[in-house]
Design a binder for this molecule. Structure first.
Ligand code: T68
Length: 834
């Protein structure tokens, strides 16, 4: 508040004292020790790695916060358009290492904690991952925050502060077991803002009232109220003073702590029931990726988060005293999938019911404000809410949706008179039993731009699920922004040796801010010394992963074997089953070979990782098959190093940072047309790994950038899929004979009780093989053979690796963010002078 600000003449003193940087190593150390001694009340006699982490994090945080304060003040003064990125998931991973690198004090910290008796790597390793997301969608949001800050865009993220992030995965007797992820016992990176709280209402009823002029307005009242409390997280950019804000909302009961009346009458359980109910809203992240759950609590989460965020955004706009019609010049809101689509309805409600705008004035502002990003074409992932559920939870919002739909359909009717079919197809309300609200349609209608996340995906949504909307709105509303990844975390932080080598050849680290500079590596591709160092760095990363695998699974993997990695959420469409079937085929073949033949084989380690949604039985069965194959293969004396099968437990962001630099080949083998983009494909290639993949998602653009010779493509094309599925449904497809052999081996009990795998096998047969494993299997095996042959030629492999990295510039999240800024948000960067 202005009245609390320090008088002008005193501000110089204040400024001098509010430092954003350490003056040197000594100051850094002093601050670490001060925090260990005074904030944690520990001493040198009981300072373990965890205490050293805490002290270091707190010291770093102190500087970060000052930059953050300054950035927020600067952005407020600049008074420019801000970007608000609404995402139910932010898969941030760890923060300390990233903060040290982004603020340029990693070396100071290494030396500083070194002299205090600690290794910086051990200190960093004590941090708990912030795992507020499922997979690609959540990690994309985190990469985008990094790029927005690095490029000096005034941007805020808005999300939920889940008490429990994505569950921890344990493998017990070969099966996935879920363990809750309570991550908040020490989190130095968040700041509660108890003064920033918003009342959010659910349920209740709507009454119509008319004033003296007969103007009708709506009153929504009588519902339950829950309070949203803001928790802020600073997001530092790389080599810039810009530090943006991520605001996460936490729920708590609105009235008092608990019910004293109940407490005093001895009803202790009853006295805290309301409190618990309120706190349930932000308690846990829904652990599904690419599937919509349709549960009331999920809808509550969505409205709670959206309403709190919009209240905040509107309040900030109001402070500028601008007319409402300028709202879209100050505010760009990006919807990360349909999860925040209610924001469209909520903003319309605020304008009409609270601020007194007309429907048309309001709708014009709303549609100029929002952009919607679609991340999937899978029908089971498209969100639909039952009308009765919605009616009870958000009665006023349902009325507004009906009205949006009415005006929309009137427009469609005008454009396509007499096309009743069309009206039914594009209606926000699906006439099912019960009726449901199609959130994607609402998002399209309420936004000015809709984008997919890779070229093929953006073309597919226009040709399939959103086809009618092209006819209605014209093609210009639909666009593509291919995903990207932040090279700061996914190269510099995860693979510092490779980053240093690249910097030594390119004359510095500018490539971390302009990834196209990697092109300069092409000049070095024939340099013997460089190539040697390049491959030594890869080997070192493999040795590190092999050690990790040995420590955690007791499996001994030879670092010189070909590391074949597939790490991502377990999903039928991603086809980990095709991978493990391929491993079984390889095993059966090895078992048939004579010793002289065996000698010619390339040793391979097949490494898997990823979580299955707790209720997704088929995905859990796939995990069980992988672990079962490992149990057989890894202990088979005939096989030795020629094949190892590893399942790495609890795949997450910090493990990805160890795993990704260590791949020779990684697998991105979704059924063509199902993986919207994929982003780990980009991470693996940026770290000098080659990929085997289908013509799907961003694989296609990666191929275009790095060249066909540097990628192993397999399988049918998206355009073939419909016809193939048709043939399966009419029983016209014989199973691939090699796949038949694999199924026979499983059914014969070679990998334990075959009944466990009934579902998996029948999906291929009676289930009509929806993901076309049989159709792509022979191509997959042939391509894997080509991988083996290529791997034998170490020189050729090194060339492919270097040339690929040199051409990955396009996949920087910075490029993606600049495209969003230009084509969707219409915003400019706001750099600060030092
Ligand atoms: C992923 N989607 C896409 N969804 O599958 C991937 N879904 O191709 C793409 O690269 C990535 O988004 C980024 O665009 C997801 O990760 C989810 O996690 C999800 C979560 C909740 C509900 C539905």
């Amino acid at each position: 508040a202005i009245e609390a600000s320090i008088p002008q003449p005193l501000r110089e003193t204040w400024r001098k004292l509010a430092a954003t940087e350490f003056k040197g190593k000594e100051e850094f150390q002093r601050e670490v020790v001060r925090h260990v001694e005074t904030t944690l009340a520990r001493s040198m006699y009981n300072c373990d790695d965890l205490a050293a982490y805490s002290g270091t994090a707190l010291a770093v945080r102190d500087k970060l916060v000052v930059s953050w304060n300054k950035t927020q003040q600067h952005q407020t003064l600049q008074d420019q358009k801000r970007i608000y990125y609404l995402s139910l998931e932010f898969l941030m991973g760890r923060t300390l290492d990233n903060s040290l690198l982004n603020t340029g004090i990693k070396d100071t910290a290494r030396e500083g904690v070194g002299e205090l008796g600690f290794r910086i790597e051990d200190v960093i390793d004590k941090e708990h991952d912030a795992a507020l997301g499922n997979g690609g969608l959540g990690r994309l949001a985190a990469c985008f925050l990094d790029s927005l800050a690095t490029l000096n865009y005034p941007a805020w993220g808005y999300g939920l502060r889940y008490r429990y992030g994505i569950f921890k995965q344990e493998i017990v007797d070969g099966y996935q077991v879920e363990v809750p992820d309570y991550w908040l016992d020490f989190n130095p990176w968040e700041f509660p803002r108890h003064d920033v709280c918003v009342d959010i209402m659910f349920y209740g009823y709507v009454t119509k009232v008319s004033d003296n002029d007969g103007k009708i307005s709506h009153l929504w009242e009588g519902g339950e109220i829950v309070q949203a409390i803001a928790y802020d997280v600073p997001i530092p950019g790389y080599e810039t003073s810009t530090t943006n804000n991520l605001r996460l909302w936490s729920s708590k009961p609105s009235s008092g702590e608990f019910d004293f009346q109940k407490f005093n009458s001895g009803d202790y359980e009853g006295s805290i029931r309301e409190q618990q109910k309120a706190e349930t809203i932000s308690a846990v992240l829904y652990p599904n990726d690419n599937i919509s759950a349709g549960k009331e609590l999920r809808l509550k989460q969505q409205y709670f988060w959206v309403a709190a965020s919009l209240h905040d955004i509107v309040r900030r706009f109001k402070k500028s005293h601008r007319p409402w019609k300028e709202f879209p010049d100050q505010v760009a809101i990006q919807l990360n999938d349909t999860h925040p689509t209610l924001a469209i309805v909520e903003l319309q409600r605020i304008f009409i019911d609270i601020e007194g705008l007309t429907w048309d004035q309001s709708w014009d502002i709303v549609t100029r404000t929002f952009g919607y990003t679609n991340h999937t074409v899978l029908p089971e992932a498209l969100e639909k809410w039952s009308v009765p559920l919605f009616q009870s939870l958000l009665p006023r919002h349902l009325q507004i949706i009906y009205e949006i739909n009415l005006y929309f359909l009137q427009g469609v009717e005008k454009k396509f008179p007499k096309d009743r079919d069309m009206l039914q197809r594009v209606s926000i309300i699906e006439e099912s039993q019960p009726q449901v609200i199609r959130m994607a349609y609402l998002a399209i209608i309420g936004s000015h731009k809709v984008n997919g996340v890779a070229e093929l995906h953006s073309d597919l949504i226009k040709a399939t699920i959103f086809k009618d909307f092209i006819a209605v709105f014209g093609p210009d509303k639909f666009t593509n922004v291919t995903n990207g990844i932040t090279p700061r975390r996914w190269l510099h932080q995860a693979n510092p040796k490779l980053s240093d080598l690249i910097a030594s050849k390119l004359g510095g680290y500018d490539f971390l801010k302009d990834l196209n500079l990697l092109k300069g590596l092409e000049q070095w591709v024939d340099d013997k010394e460089f190539r040697k160092e390049w491959m030594e760095i890869k080997l070192a990363a493999k040795i590190r992963l092999a050690k990790y695998i040995r420590d955690t699974t007791q499996i001994a993997v030879n670092p010189h074997s070909l590391f074949d990695i597939q790490v991502k959420r377990i999903h039928e469409y991603k086809r980990q089953q095709m991978n493990i079937f391929g491993v079984i085929y390889r095993y059966l073949r090895l078992k048939q070979m004579k010793p002289e033949e065996l000698k010619k084989q390339v040793p391979r380690a097949s490494i898997f990782g990823g979580k299955a949604a707790p209720g997704y039985w088929m995905a859990k069965t796939i995990i069980r098959l992988i672990t079962a194959v490992g149990e057989v293969v890894n202990t088979d004396k005939d096989i030795g190093d020629l094949l190892k099968v590893v399942f790495i437990e609890d795949y997450n962001v910090s493990k990805a940072e160890i795993i990704i630099p260590a791949s020779d080949i990684s697998e991105h083998i979704s059924t063509a047309g199902t993986e919207a983009s994929g982003t780990s494909n980009m991470k693996f290639v940026l770290n000098g790994g080659l990929i085997i993949g289908t013509c799907d998602g961003a694989n296609i653009e990666i191929t275009r950038e790095i060249g066909e010779d540097n990628i192993f493509l397999l399988g049918h094309l998206a355009e073939d899929v419909e016809e193939l599925r048709h043939q399966h449904r009419f029983g016209k497809v014989e199973m691939d004979p090699k796949l038949r052999l694999v199924c026979d081996a499983i059914e014969a009990g070679q990998f334990g009780d075959p009944n466990i795998y009934n579902g998996l096998i029948s999906a291929l047969t009676t289930g009509c093989d929806y993901y076309l494993v049989s159709d792509d299997f022979s191509s997959y095996l042939a391509t894997q053979d080509l991988v083996d042959t290529t791997f034998k030629d170490k020189e050729d492999w090194a060339t492919k690796s270097i040339m690929s990295v040199a051409n990955m510039g396009f996949f920087s999240a910075d490029r993606a963010i600049n495209e969003y800024a230009d084509t969707i948000w219409n915003v400019e960067p706001t750099p600060q002078k030092k």
